[in-house]
Write a protein that binds this ligand. Structure first.
Ligand code: ASP
Length: 451
């Protein structure tokens, strides 16, 4: 067997990411990506764009069916409706707490660094804010008037609600619903296999996504916003490596080193897609197969977290608020900053984990505290790169809370968590087991004979 096949998928994905960074930056630095050039038309906006988008579509394609089937299995697996309420309560509290800590830390770090002080207001400050839904609407929309519509739109909260209710109703029906539950279990297993199939092409897709993003990046802007970028990235790293890891250790006793080792794949997927939602299949696979959390917990906490938990995004909002307030010489005061914390936490509940949504949340926060919304235009140029980094922090937060909740419910298999190889996808090649194939065709023949 070739050595290539023995390389773990994580190594291949990291290689794809490294190559993507190199090629993307190379194209950018040598200014090969000028509008209309061969590199621009055929490579960056051609090959990289098509391969990257196809992959993101493939990930999104998995989300809704995976969440539905795994939640049905999860609810039926938990069996007890009270346990379900407990898991919901714990994860909601932890998601809100981590988001609040994230933004408070960001404000403290940014305020003590004094970023933006003495900077002139540049002309390019022009950003037109978009409306974020009010909380009352968010609450109403949790219940889908048409579940098929919610599924078609990929609206996570109503899909989660419908699937949980479906699972509970199956439990209430009892033995008559047995074949439906078995069907959902089989469908869940098939969807998990489909995640493996899609993940097997990840190294190439990650390369294309990252190369395209970096080739189109304004590197000059990075230099002019160096203060903002530096403070933001430091706050994000602090949250990931200190706050979340201390929380994981204190609340569950699980090893942060093992967590950081196994979460890398999820972080790279989040980084390259800039979408917590599109990363749900990979987060779910990692939390269950690599960390050993039971599906009954992860099926709920992972999609729930991808929607309502955005620690990295909250950090961006904290740093951006301080930065822009300083540029415009606005003193928000303690009350202003407390409002920022509250607004960011609330805004994270109603907005889905998709690229760029953080800016919409930010305009909502600015409107509330009276900061000029057009000021957001100042950070627009570097936001794509910052979005990639903060999404990696967002999904890490989802995985930390899922592990803590699973552990607190005695639904985390520590032997799996401690095993560095547990659940690792060994090779990029999808190998169809001959025995499994023979078994399936035999079963099909039996069905035909019966008919
Ligand atoms: N892209 C982020 C996510 O999907 C949200 C954001 O910060 O814009 O989690």
């Amino acid at each position: 067997m070739a050595t290539e096949n023995k390389m773990s998928l994580t190594v291949k994905v990291l290689l794809g990411m490294g190559l993507g960074i190199g090629v993307g930056l190379g194209i950018n630095l040598f200014e090969l990506n000028t509008a209309g050039s061969f590199v621009n038309v055929c490579i960056v906006d051609g090959l990289f764009h098509v391969v990257g988008k196809m992959f993101v579509n493939a990930l999104k394609m998995l989300v809704v069916p995976l969440v539905i089937f795994s939640l049905i299995c999860g609810v039926c697996g938990i069996g007890d409706i009270r346990a379900l309420g407990r898991v919901g309560g714990k994860s909601f509290a932890l998601y809100m707490l981590t988001t609040a800590i994230a933004i408070a830390t960001a404000i403290i770090i940014a305020a003590s660094s004094g970023i933006g002080k003495g900077m002139d207001i540049p002309n390019e400050a022009n950003f037109v804010g978009k409306e974020s839904p009010p909380l009352s609407q968010v609450l109403i929309d949790i219940i889908p008037s048409n579940p098929i519509n919610a599924m078609a739109n990929g609206d996570m909260l109503p899909v989660i609600f419908f699937s949980i209710l479906l699972g509970i109703s199956m439990l209430l029906v009892g033995s008559k619903a047995k074949s439906f539950v078995e069907g959902a279990e089989i469908a869940n297993e098939i969807m998990m296999k489909m995640v493996n199939v899609v993940m097997s092409v990840a190294p190439y897709a990650v390369f294309a996504l990252i190369a395209k993003a970096l080739a189109s990046l304004g590197l000059g802007l990075l230099a002019s916003l160096a203060g903002y970028v530096l403070v933001l990235v430091s706050a994000l790293l602090f949250h990931l490596f200190v706050t979340l890891m201390v929380l994981l250790k204190v609340a569950s006793g699980l090893s942060p080193a093992m967590f950081l080792k196994k979460i890398r794949n999820v972080q790279v997927f989040a980084f390259s897609t800039a979408s917590s939602n599109a990363t749900i299949p990979v987060t779910m696979r990692t939390v269950t197969k690599r960390f050993g959390a039971d599906n009954s917990i992860a099926s709920f906490t992972v999609p729930f977290g991808a929607t309502i938990n955005m620690d990295g995004t909250a950090i961006m909002q904290g740093v951006a608020t301080v930065f822009i307030a300083n540029i415009y010489n606005v003193d928000l005061g303690i009350a202003g900053y407390l409002t920022v914390i509250l607004m960011s936490v609330l805004a994270s509940i109603g907005t889905a984990g998709v690229p760029g949504v953080g800016l919409i949340m930010l305009s909502m926060v600015f409107a509330q505290v009276g900061l000029p919304i057009e000021g957001i235009g100042l950070i627009l140029g570097v936001d794509r790169l910052m979005d990639m980094i903060r999404t990696a922090v967002n999904v890490s937060g989802d995985a930390v809370v899922s592990s803590i909740v699973a552990n607190s419910e005695n639904k985390l298999d520590e032997s799996v968590y401690k095993d560095p190889n547990a659940g690792a996808v060994e090779s990029g090649n999808i190998h169809i087991d001959e025995a499994a194939e023979a078994e399936l065709s035999h079963a099909l023949e039996e069905v035909k004979a019966r008919d």
